[in-house]
Design a protein around this ligand. Sequence first.
Ligand code: TXA
Ligand code: MG
Length: 340
Amino acid sequence: MTETFVFPANNESAEKCAEMIKNGGLVAIPTETVYGLGANGLDEEAVLKIFLAKGRPQDNPLILHLADADEIEKYCCDVPETAKKLAQHFWPGPLTMVLKAKDIVPKCTTAGLDTVAVRCPDCDVTRKLISLAGVPVAAPSANTSGRPSPTSAAHVIEDMTGKIEAIIDNGPCTVGVESTIIDLSGDKPRLLRPGGLPLEDIEAIIGDVVKDKAVKGEVKDDEIVRAPGMKYRHYAPKAPVTVVTGKPEDTGRYILENCGANTGIICFDEYAHMFDDCTVKCLGKVADSGEHARRIFEILRAFDGTDVIKIIAQCPEDKGLDSAVVNRLKKAAGFTVIKV
Ligand code: TXA
Ligand code: MG
Protein backbone atom coordinates (compact mmCIF):
# COMPACT_ATOMS: atom_id res chain seq x y z
CA MET A 1 0.00 0.00 0.00
CA THR A 2 1.25 3.45 -0.93
CA GLU A 3 0.17 6.45 1.12
CA THR A 4 -1.94 8.63 -1.20
CA PHE A 5 -1.71 12.39 -0.56
CA VAL A 6 -4.51 14.71 -1.64
CA PHE A 7 -3.11 18.12 -2.60
CA PRO A 8 -4.91 21.36 -3.44
CA ALA A 9 -4.54 22.73 -6.98
CA ASN A 10 -1.72 25.27 -6.68
CA ASN A 11 1.87 25.84 -7.81
CA GLU A 12 3.39 24.13 -4.79
CA SER A 13 1.41 20.96 -5.53
CA ALA A 14 2.40 21.16 -9.20
CA GLU A 15 6.05 21.26 -8.07
CA LYS A 16 5.72 18.35 -5.62
CA CYS A 17 3.82 16.22 -8.12
CA ALA A 18 6.23 17.03 -10.96
CA GLU A 19 8.99 15.56 -8.74
CA MET A 20 6.90 12.44 -8.13
CA ILE A 21 6.35 12.01 -11.88
CA LYS A 22 10.07 12.53 -12.59
CA ASN A 23 10.85 9.85 -10.00
CA GLY A 24 8.62 7.31 -11.74
CA GLY A 25 5.55 7.75 -9.51
CA LEU A 26 1.82 7.90 -10.27
CA VAL A 27 -0.18 11.09 -9.72
CA ALA A 28 -3.87 11.70 -10.45
CA ILE A 29 -4.11 14.93 -12.42
CA PRO A 30 -7.17 17.10 -12.91
CA THR A 31 -8.18 18.06 -16.44
CA GLU A 32 -11.21 19.83 -17.86
CA THR A 33 -12.63 16.47 -19.07
CA VAL A 34 -12.03 13.85 -16.38
CA TYR A 35 -9.24 13.16 -13.86
CA GLY A 36 -6.27 11.33 -15.37
CA LEU A 37 -3.84 8.83 -13.86
CA GLY A 38 -0.48 10.28 -14.83
CA ALA A 39 3.06 8.93 -15.14
CA ASN A 40 6.17 9.84 -17.13
CA GLY A 41 5.10 8.80 -20.63
CA LEU A 42 8.71 8.16 -21.68
CA ASP A 43 9.45 5.80 -18.78
CA GLU A 44 8.35 2.21 -19.50
CA GLU A 45 8.44 1.17 -15.86
CA ALA A 46 6.34 4.11 -14.72
CA VAL A 47 3.82 3.54 -17.51
CA LEU A 48 3.53 -0.11 -16.55
CA LYS A 49 2.40 1.01 -13.07
CA ILE A 50 -0.59 2.81 -14.65
CA PHE A 51 -1.84 -0.45 -16.18
CA LEU A 52 -1.42 -2.25 -12.85
CA ALA A 53 -3.19 0.45 -10.78
CA LYS A 54 -6.16 0.55 -13.17
CA GLY A 55 -6.31 -3.17 -13.93
CA ARG A 56 -6.17 -2.11 -17.60
CA PRO A 57 -5.29 -4.53 -20.40
CA GLN A 58 -1.88 -3.65 -21.80
CA ASP A 59 -3.12 -3.65 -25.40
CA ASN A 60 -5.01 -0.39 -24.73
CA PRO A 61 -2.76 2.61 -25.53
CA LEU A 62 -2.45 5.80 -23.46
CA ILE A 63 -2.76 9.50 -24.29
CA LEU A 64 0.35 11.67 -23.88
CA HIS A 65 -0.54 14.96 -22.18
CA LEU A 66 1.52 17.95 -23.32
CA ALA A 67 2.05 21.36 -21.72
CA ASP A 68 1.99 23.13 -25.06
CA ALA A 69 1.10 22.56 -28.73
CA ASP A 70 4.74 23.21 -29.72
CA GLU A 71 5.65 19.87 -28.14
CA ILE A 72 3.76 17.85 -30.78
CA GLU A 73 6.85 17.68 -32.99
CA LYS A 74 8.94 16.19 -30.16
CA TYR A 75 6.83 13.04 -30.04
CA CYS A 76 5.11 12.84 -33.43
CA CYS A 77 6.34 12.77 -37.04
CA ASP A 78 4.69 13.62 -40.39
CA VAL A 79 2.34 15.99 -38.54
CA PRO A 80 -0.30 17.07 -41.11
CA GLU A 81 -1.58 20.64 -41.51
CA THR A 82 -4.98 19.52 -40.24
CA ALA A 83 -3.41 18.63 -36.87
CA LYS A 84 -1.70 22.00 -36.62
CA LYS A 85 -4.94 23.79 -37.44
CA LEU A 86 -6.91 21.82 -34.88
CA ALA A 87 -4.29 22.42 -32.19
CA GLN A 88 -4.38 26.12 -32.96
CA HIS A 89 -8.16 26.26 -32.64
CA PHE A 90 -8.88 23.88 -29.82
CA TRP A 91 -5.81 23.49 -27.59
CA PRO A 92 -5.68 23.64 -24.70
CA GLY A 93 -8.97 21.76 -24.76
CA PRO A 94 -10.87 18.46 -24.94
CA LEU A 95 -9.37 17.19 -28.22
CA THR A 96 -6.98 14.24 -28.60
CA MET A 97 -5.18 13.65 -31.90
CA VAL A 98 -3.69 10.34 -33.00
CA LEU A 99 -0.52 10.93 -35.03
CA LYS A 100 2.51 8.95 -36.23
CA ALA A 101 4.81 8.38 -33.25
CA LYS A 102 8.52 9.14 -33.05
CA ASP A 103 10.78 6.38 -31.69
CA ILE A 104 11.27 8.30 -28.43
CA VAL A 105 7.74 7.21 -27.39
CA PRO A 106 7.97 3.78 -25.74
CA LYS A 107 5.87 0.88 -27.06
CA CYS A 108 4.40 0.44 -23.60
CA THR A 109 2.67 3.85 -23.97
CA THR A 110 1.35 3.17 -27.48
CA ALA A 111 0.57 -0.50 -26.80
CA GLY A 112 2.89 -1.40 -29.65
CA LEU A 113 1.22 0.85 -32.26
CA ASP A 114 3.23 3.14 -34.55
CA THR A 115 0.88 6.01 -33.67
CA VAL A 116 0.51 8.00 -30.45
CA ALA A 117 -2.42 9.96 -29.02
CA VAL A 118 -1.59 13.49 -27.82
CA ARG A 119 -3.58 16.17 -26.07
CA CYS A 120 -3.03 19.48 -24.28
CA PRO A 121 -5.46 19.72 -21.36
CA ASP A 122 -7.19 22.98 -20.44
CA CYS A 123 -6.15 22.98 -16.79
CA ASP A 124 -3.49 25.37 -15.48
CA VAL A 125 -2.16 23.30 -12.58
CA THR A 126 -1.77 20.23 -14.78
CA ARG A 127 0.00 22.04 -17.61
CA LYS A 128 2.28 23.61 -14.99
CA LEU A 129 3.04 20.14 -13.58
CA ILE A 130 3.80 18.77 -17.05
CA SER A 131 6.11 21.62 -17.92
CA LEU A 132 7.93 21.35 -14.55
CA ALA A 133 8.31 17.58 -14.98
CA GLY A 134 9.85 18.22 -18.41
CA VAL A 135 8.30 15.02 -19.81
CA PRO A 136 4.96 14.25 -21.47
CA VAL A 137 2.52 12.75 -18.98
CA ALA A 138 0.82 9.53 -20.10
CA ALA A 139 -2.63 9.44 -18.51
CA PRO A 140 -5.74 7.35 -18.97
CA SER A 141 -8.84 8.26 -16.98
CA ALA A 142 -8.12 7.67 -13.27
CA ASN A 143 -10.84 5.05 -12.70
CA THR A 144 -10.49 1.34 -12.13
CA SER A 145 -10.83 -0.24 -15.58
CA GLY A 146 -14.52 -0.69 -16.50
CA ARG A 147 -15.86 1.82 -13.94
CA PRO A 148 -17.27 5.26 -14.84
CA SER A 149 -14.56 7.89 -15.38
CA PRO A 150 -13.78 10.14 -12.38
CA THR A 151 -15.01 13.75 -12.57
CA SER A 152 -14.07 14.71 -9.00
CA ALA A 153 -11.20 14.00 -6.61
CA ALA A 154 -13.66 11.97 -4.49
CA HIS A 155 -14.16 9.53 -7.40
CA VAL A 156 -10.40 9.12 -7.75
CA ILE A 157 -10.05 8.57 -4.00
CA GLU A 158 -12.72 5.84 -4.28
CA ASP A 159 -10.80 3.95 -6.97
CA MET A 160 -7.13 4.76 -6.41
CA THR A 161 -6.38 5.26 -2.70
CA GLY A 162 -3.35 3.18 -1.70
CA LYS A 163 -2.33 2.62 -5.30
CA ILE A 164 -0.88 6.02 -6.27
CA GLU A 165 1.31 8.69 -4.68
CA ALA A 166 -0.96 11.73 -4.95
CA ILE A 167 -4.14 13.32 -6.22
CA ILE A 168 -4.41 17.00 -7.12
CA ASP A 169 -7.93 18.13 -6.18
CA ASN A 170 -9.12 20.81 -8.60
CA GLY A 171 -12.83 20.37 -7.84
CA PRO A 172 -15.38 18.98 -10.32
CA CYS A 173 -14.32 18.76 -13.98
CA THR A 174 -15.82 21.54 -16.08
CA VAL A 175 -16.50 19.38 -19.18
CA GLY A 176 -17.21 16.02 -17.53
CA VAL A 177 -16.76 13.61 -20.47
CA GLU A 178 -13.43 12.55 -21.96
CA SER A 179 -11.79 14.24 -24.93
CA THR A 180 -12.90 13.73 -28.51
CA ILE A 181 -10.37 11.51 -30.30
CA ILE A 182 -9.51 12.15 -33.97
CA ASP A 183 -7.09 9.92 -35.85
CA LEU A 184 -5.05 12.05 -38.26
CA SER A 185 -2.44 9.41 -39.07
CA GLY A 186 -4.27 7.98 -42.10
CA ASP A 187 -5.63 9.29 -45.43
CA LYS A 188 -8.75 10.85 -43.94
CA PRO A 189 -9.47 12.31 -40.49
CA ARG A 190 -11.35 9.69 -38.50
CA LEU A 191 -13.41 10.05 -35.32
CA LEU A 192 -12.44 7.33 -32.83
CA ARG A 193 -14.39 8.61 -29.81
CA PRO A 194 -17.03 11.35 -29.48
CA GLY A 195 -16.13 13.54 -26.51
CA GLY A 196 -15.93 16.98 -24.96
CA LEU A 197 -15.35 18.79 -28.26
CA PRO A 198 -18.36 18.39 -30.58
CA LEU A 199 -17.57 16.78 -33.95
CA GLU A 200 -19.46 19.62 -35.65
CA ASP A 201 -16.86 22.12 -34.31
CA ILE A 202 -14.01 20.03 -35.71
CA GLU A 203 -15.68 19.63 -39.12
CA ALA A 204 -16.15 23.41 -39.28
CA ILE A 205 -12.34 23.71 -39.32
CA ILE A 206 -11.11 20.68 -41.32
CA GLY A 207 -14.18 19.49 -43.25
CA ASP A 208 -15.73 16.02 -43.19
CA VAL A 209 -14.50 13.51 -40.64
CA VAL A 210 -15.14 9.78 -41.14
CA LYS A 211 -16.81 8.15 -38.17
CA ASP A 212 -14.99 4.98 -37.23
CA LYS A 213 -17.08 1.79 -37.49
CA ALA A 214 -17.00 1.30 -33.73
CA VAL A 215 -18.38 4.81 -33.13
CA LYS A 216 -21.09 4.40 -35.73
CA GLY A 217 -22.12 1.08 -34.23
CA GLU A 218 -22.27 2.58 -30.77
CA VAL A 219 -24.44 5.54 -31.69
CA LYS A 220 -26.71 3.84 -34.22
CA ASP A 221 -30.31 4.37 -33.26
CA ASP A 222 -32.34 2.26 -35.63
CA GLU A 223 -31.69 -1.13 -34.13
CA ILE A 224 -31.79 -2.86 -30.79
CA VAL A 225 -28.32 -4.13 -30.03
CA ARG A 226 -27.70 -6.54 -27.22
CA ALA A 227 -24.09 -7.23 -26.49
CA PRO A 228 -23.32 -10.86 -25.68
CA GLY A 229 -22.09 -10.44 -22.12
CA MET A 230 -19.91 -8.03 -20.28
CA LYS A 231 -17.23 -7.70 -22.94
CA TYR A 232 -18.49 -4.38 -24.29
CA ARG A 233 -19.80 -2.92 -21.07
CA HIS A 234 -17.78 0.12 -19.92
CA TYR A 235 -18.49 2.96 -17.55
CA ALA A 236 -20.87 0.51 -15.95
CA PRO A 237 -22.76 0.78 -12.68
CA LYS A 238 -23.26 -2.55 -10.91
CA ALA A 239 -26.98 -2.72 -11.88
CA PRO A 240 -27.76 -3.36 -15.59
CA VAL A 241 -28.66 -0.28 -17.64
CA THR A 242 -31.26 0.09 -20.43
CA VAL A 243 -31.14 3.20 -22.62
CA VAL A 244 -34.37 4.50 -24.17
CA THR A 245 -34.06 6.69 -27.28
CA GLY A 246 -36.75 8.85 -28.89
CA LYS A 247 -38.52 12.14 -28.17
CA PRO A 248 -38.33 13.01 -24.44
CA GLU A 249 -42.14 12.84 -24.02
CA ASP A 250 -42.16 9.33 -25.54
CA THR A 251 -39.13 8.05 -23.61
CA GLY A 252 -40.60 9.51 -20.39
CA ARG A 253 -43.87 7.64 -20.96
CA TYR A 254 -42.08 4.39 -21.82
CA ILE A 255 -40.02 4.55 -18.65
CA LEU A 256 -43.10 5.27 -16.52
CA GLU A 257 -44.79 2.16 -17.94
CA ASN A 258 -41.73 -0.02 -17.43
CA CYS A 259 -40.33 0.96 -14.04
CA GLY A 260 -41.01 -0.86 -10.81
CA ALA A 261 -39.71 -1.25 -7.28
CA ASN A 262 -35.93 -0.87 -7.08
CA THR A 263 -35.67 0.73 -10.54
CA GLY A 264 -33.13 3.53 -10.87
CA ILE A 265 -34.07 6.24 -13.35
CA ILE A 266 -31.83 8.62 -15.25
CA CYS A 267 -33.96 11.40 -16.74
CA PHE A 268 -34.14 15.06 -17.70
CA ASP A 269 -35.13 17.53 -14.95
CA GLU A 270 -38.50 18.19 -16.61
CA TYR A 271 -39.51 14.51 -16.23
CA ALA A 272 -38.28 13.80 -12.69
CA HIS A 273 -41.71 14.44 -11.10
CA MET A 274 -43.17 11.45 -12.99
CA PHE A 275 -41.07 8.91 -11.08
CA ASP A 276 -41.83 9.64 -7.43
CA ASP A 277 -41.53 6.02 -6.30
CA CYS A 278 -38.13 5.36 -7.89
CA THR A 279 -34.54 6.42 -7.26
CA VAL A 280 -34.15 9.29 -9.72
CA LYS A 281 -30.95 10.98 -10.92
CA CYS A 282 -31.39 14.06 -13.09
CA LEU A 283 -29.24 14.79 -16.15
CA GLY A 284 -30.20 18.49 -16.28
CA LYS A 285 -32.77 20.16 -18.52
CA VAL A 286 -33.50 18.56 -21.94
CA ALA A 287 -31.64 21.31 -23.84
CA ASP A 288 -28.64 21.62 -21.48
CA SER A 289 -26.01 19.32 -23.03
CA GLY A 290 -23.23 20.90 -20.95
CA GLU A 291 -25.00 19.80 -17.78
CA HIS A 292 -25.65 16.30 -19.18
CA ALA A 293 -21.91 15.94 -19.81
CA ARG A 294 -20.93 17.26 -16.37
CA ARG A 295 -23.34 14.91 -14.58
CA ILE A 296 -23.28 11.64 -16.54
CA PHE A 297 -20.36 9.88 -14.80
CA GLU A 298 -21.36 11.06 -11.31
CA ILE A 299 -24.83 9.63 -11.99
CA LEU A 300 -23.48 6.31 -13.26
CA ARG A 301 -21.47 5.97 -10.03
CA ALA A 302 -24.29 7.11 -7.74
CA PHE A 303 -26.49 4.00 -8.08
CA ASP A 304 -23.80 1.71 -6.67
CA GLY A 305 -24.42 1.11 -2.98
CA THR A 306 -28.19 1.74 -3.34
CA ASP A 307 -30.95 -0.91 -3.51
CA VAL A 308 -31.44 -0.29 -7.23
CA ILE A 309 -31.43 -3.54 -9.25
CA LYS A 310 -32.00 -2.11 -12.73
CA ILE A 311 -31.49 1.29 -14.32
CA ILE A 312 -33.46 2.89 -17.18
CA ALA A 313 -32.15 6.03 -18.87
CA GLN A 314 -33.80 8.71 -20.97
CA CYS A 315 -31.34 9.30 -23.83
CA PRO A 316 -30.43 12.78 -25.15
CA GLU A 317 -30.48 13.46 -28.89
CA ASP A 318 -27.31 12.32 -30.70
CA LYS A 319 -25.75 15.64 -31.68
CA GLY A 320 -23.20 18.20 -30.46
CA LEU A 321 -21.80 17.54 -26.99
CA ASP A 322 -24.71 15.17 -26.31
CA SER A 323 -23.17 12.67 -28.78
CA ALA A 324 -20.54 11.96 -26.13
CA VAL A 325 -23.20 11.53 -23.44
CA VAL A 326 -25.23 9.19 -25.69
CA ASN A 327 -22.08 7.15 -26.38
CA ARG A 328 -21.20 6.80 -22.66
CA LEU A 329 -24.79 5.85 -21.76
CA LYS A 330 -24.96 3.20 -24.47
CA LYS A 331 -21.59 1.78 -23.44
CA ALA A 332 -22.73 1.67 -19.81
CA ALA A 333 -25.77 -0.25 -21.07
CA GLY A 334 -23.65 -2.71 -23.04
CA PHE A 335 -25.72 -1.42 -26.00
CA THR A 336 -29.06 -2.49 -24.56
CA VAL A 337 -31.01 0.22 -26.38
CA ILE A 338 -34.78 0.52 -26.85
CA LYS A 339 -36.13 2.91 -29.47
CA VAL A 340 -39.63 4.25 -28.84
O1 TXA B 1 -10.19 13.31 -21.72
C1 TXA B 1 -9.42 12.37 -21.84
O2 TXA B 1 -9.04 11.95 -22.96
C2 TXA B 1 -8.92 11.69 -20.57
C3 TXA B 1 -8.10 12.71 -19.77
C4 TXA B 1 -7.46 12.10 -18.56
O3 TXA B 1 -7.17 13.31 -20.61
N1 TXA B 1 -8.16 10.52 -20.86
C5 TXA B 1 -8.73 9.37 -21.32
O4 TXA B 1 -7.85 8.32 -21.48
O5 TXA B 1 -9.91 9.27 -21.55
P1 TXA B 1 -8.31 6.81 -21.67
O6 TXA B 1 -7.04 6.03 -21.66
O7 TXA B 1 -9.31 6.47 -20.64
O8 TXA B 1 -8.89 6.78 -23.10
C6 TXA B 1 -8.03 6.97 -24.20
C7 TXA B 1 -8.52 6.26 -25.42
C8 TXA B 1 -8.52 4.75 -25.28
O9 TXA B 1 -9.76 4.26 -25.76
C9 TXA B 1 -7.39 4.32 -26.19
O10 TXA B 1 -7.66 3.08 -26.77
C10 TXA B 1 -7.36 5.43 -27.22
O11 TXA B 1 -7.65 6.58 -26.48
N2 TXA B 1 -6.02 5.58 -27.82
C11 TXA B 1 -4.88 5.95 -27.20
N3 TXA B 1 -3.85 5.93 -28.06
C12 TXA B 1 -4.33 5.55 -29.25
C13 TXA B 1 -3.76 5.32 -30.54
N4 TXA B 1 -2.46 5.49 -30.78
N5 TXA B 1 -4.59 4.92 -31.53
C14 TXA B 1 -5.91 4.75 -31.30
N6 TXA B 1 -6.50 4.94 -30.11
C15 TXA B 1 -5.73 5.33 -29.10
MG1 MG C 1 -10.96 5.70 -19.73
